[in-house]
Write a protein of this length. Structure first.
Length: 438
């Protein structure tokens, strides 16, 4: 999912528990209707540099849909800091939008509430079939063995963005391929008076995305095969410690970034204050802040050694946005038509170009417009070295509990308090205690 959201999720455990018993649609049958065939309400996530940018991108497309179908779409762009709680409240009350964006990492958690329309073969057939979508995107649409809870809309992957001028000034001729190289390059960059690497230390989702990748690189997972939280295994502890040590020990992330949660590291990079940025599909965001594409390069996220790939060579989570329909919509046919419109080849090209994301629809992804140098890195990552976050019902609680643990560890590092394997394990033990009992 797009990482401009900050900590979003307060009492997620309680909300999900309520939703699981309270949702299922506003009608007695627990399904939708066509009682209001001329209108739709759409909650869009904040993908651009601002809500105003999103409205500018989306409204012409919604007007196009209305002209084609006669259905008016009422748009609300919801900030990431509010989106999950808004969705959980809607699932509990049964009063939500007709169509909404969800971060793809939430798919299984929201699927477990029963509030979203399942995308079975019959529903997929209405929008052209499941085989239109790339496999990596479909892998983040819900729990394995169940009909997807949503349809892929935007696909993204992490990459390493680096400032060419700062690199040249420090005598660095190529981007780092391993974490050891990144740390060594960071020392050269600091010697020239620049910050090496940005981070969003108070952004729970960013924290999760990065420690998930580090865990994969150490051959570890946060959940057991049967879906139980396993936050304190040796590989996870090592992974979290290595990530936080980029600030605490290696000094390549500045201590001020421990408080960042709302794109400040992207702005620092765009303004030339730092040399490197680990971000999802950042080109449009950087352009909106005045940074020219010629001034930065893009490379795969580093690995421990070797080159990116599967297993311990994973270097990104499968990031993206999915499009979901509330099961109790009063315009079921219209909502389905809207999903078909938004995932059509033509719209996929428009929307993913605007957000510098990758179309999860095969035909659109193959279009020449997405064959840029920067997109080549993102597409290669999604195809060969990205892994989906755990598609388990407790994923949202996991993001909150572990994301907060990492946030607190960054705060310790910024304050000069020691970050050790023992302190990391203690933080993760506390996070695991916050998970629902099995």
């Amino acid at each position: 999912m797009r990482s401009i959201r900050a900590a979003a999720v307060g009492a997620v455990t309680m909300s999900l528990a309520l939703a699981a018993s309270a949702c299922g649609g506003g009608s007695s049958s627990g399904g939708g209707s066509n009682d209001s065939p001329k209108t739709l309400t759409y909650w869009a996530s904040n993908q651009g540099a601002s809500i105003a940018v999103d409205k500018k991108v989306l409204q012409p497309e919604l007007d196009k849909f209305e002209k084609q179908t006669g259905i008016k779409v009422k748009l609300e762009v919801v900030p990431w800091s509010d989106l999950l709680n808004r969705i959980l409240t809607a699932t509990t009350s049964g009063q939500g939008p007709d169509v909404l964006n969800i971060g793809n990492t939430w798919s299984a958690s929201l699927q477990a509430t029963g509030a979203l329309l399942p995308w079975d073969a019959k529903n997929f057939a209405k929008i052209g079939g499941e085989d239109r979508f790339v496999d990596s995107a479909l892998g983040s649409t819900g729990a394995e063995g169940k009909d997807p809870a949503a349809v892929p809309l935007y696909s993204m992957a992490y990459a390493l963005y680096y400032n060419k001028e700062i690199f040249a000034d420090a005598g660095i001729t190529k981007p780092p391929a391993t974490w050891a190289e990144l740390i060594a390059d960071g020392k050269k960059i600091k010697a020239k008076g620049k910050s090496p690497l940005g981070a969003e230390g108070s952004n729970l989702s960013e924290n999760i995305h990065h420690v998930f990748v580090f865990a994969k690189q150490h051959g570890a997972d946060f959940f057991t095969a049967d879906g139980k939280a396993d936050f304190t295994n040796d590989g996870v502890v090592t992974a979290v410690e290595q990530y936080v040590d980029l600030m605490a020990k290696d000094k390549v992330i500045p201590v001020g970034d421990a408080e960042y949660a709302q794109n400040q590291s992207v702005s620092d990079f765009a303004k030339g204050k730092q040399a490197m940025l680990l971000w999802q599909s950042a080109s449009a965001n950087l352009k909106s802040q005045g940074m020219s594409e010629s001034s930065y390069g893009i490379a795969p996220v580093p690995v421990q050694s070797g080159t990116p790939g599967t297993g311990a060579q994973v270097n990104s989570m499968v990031a993206g946005i999915n499009l979901a329909v509330f099961k109790n919509t009063d315009n079921l046919d219209g909502a389905t038509k809207f999903v078909k419109f938004m995932t059509s080849d033509a719209e996929q090209k428009v929307l993913n170009t605007a957000y510098s994301s990758i179309p999860p629809v095969k035909a659109a992804q193959e279009d020449a417009a997405f064959n840029t140098v920067s997109n080549a890195v993102l597409k290669q990552t999604l195809a060969t070295s990205a892994a989906a976050l755990p598609q388990v019902a407790d994923e949202s609680q996991f993001e909150t509990a572990v994301g907060t643990a990492v946030k607190n560890l960054f705060a310790d590092a910024a304050a000069g308090r020691a970050v050790t394997a023992d302190s990391v394990k203690a933080a993760l033990e506390k996070a695991q205690q916050q998970m629902p009992a099995k």
